[in-house]
Ligand binder design. Sequence first.
Ligand code: CA
Ligand code: CA
Length: 209
Amino acid sequence: MIRFLGGALLAGTLLFGAIATEYEDQLKSYLTSSSLPIAGKFYLYDFNHDGQYAMNDWLYVVAGASDQEYRLLGKTPTPNDPFGWQKVDVTPPDQEPNGYFVYLPNCSCDVQNMGTNAFSWIYITQGKVYKLMGANPDHSFRYYDRDEDGMPDPLEGISYTISDDKVTFTSQTALPKRLLYNAPKISDNKLQEDLSTWIEYEEIKKEGK
Ligand SMILES: [Ca+2]
Ligand SMILES: [Ca+2]
């Protein structure tokens, strides 16, 4: 999976205003459509034992595989390896990871908006969900930044649960799928049933759920 992160650097791709909102909506819709496996786990790891965590003191452990640990910025980054992944052989700390990486296969919103899915990754940590967008000039991860203030913004209204190394994303603002799928159609033979659903839908909307 690590190879997906080695794609070409994005040249000045920016998302503005309405486009950013549309992109975020597409992304949320994708994330909430199915569960996704955890691709890897991130640990802060003091490689040089100086008691400090530097930018390259991150260990990435490929989930579900042995002998697959990488150090972030362990070697000089290149255009094809913007994060300088170095294969290392260390034992991951015996603790919860600091965060998880999830790969988004077939995420058409990235291909549409950025022309590549090389950065179709999600980083989840402390209840928040961040979308990778590329690499910063200093080769740190560049995450989705809705208001372009230079600070990453988590996806609003998206939470997650992890079970058996799978992540399920939930949108707090979405209506239950059952209701969305049953939007009324006048031509439908089951009009009465649909009208009941519609009333339920309207009630939920009023209650602000
Ligand atoms: Ca260190
Ligand atoms: Ca921001």
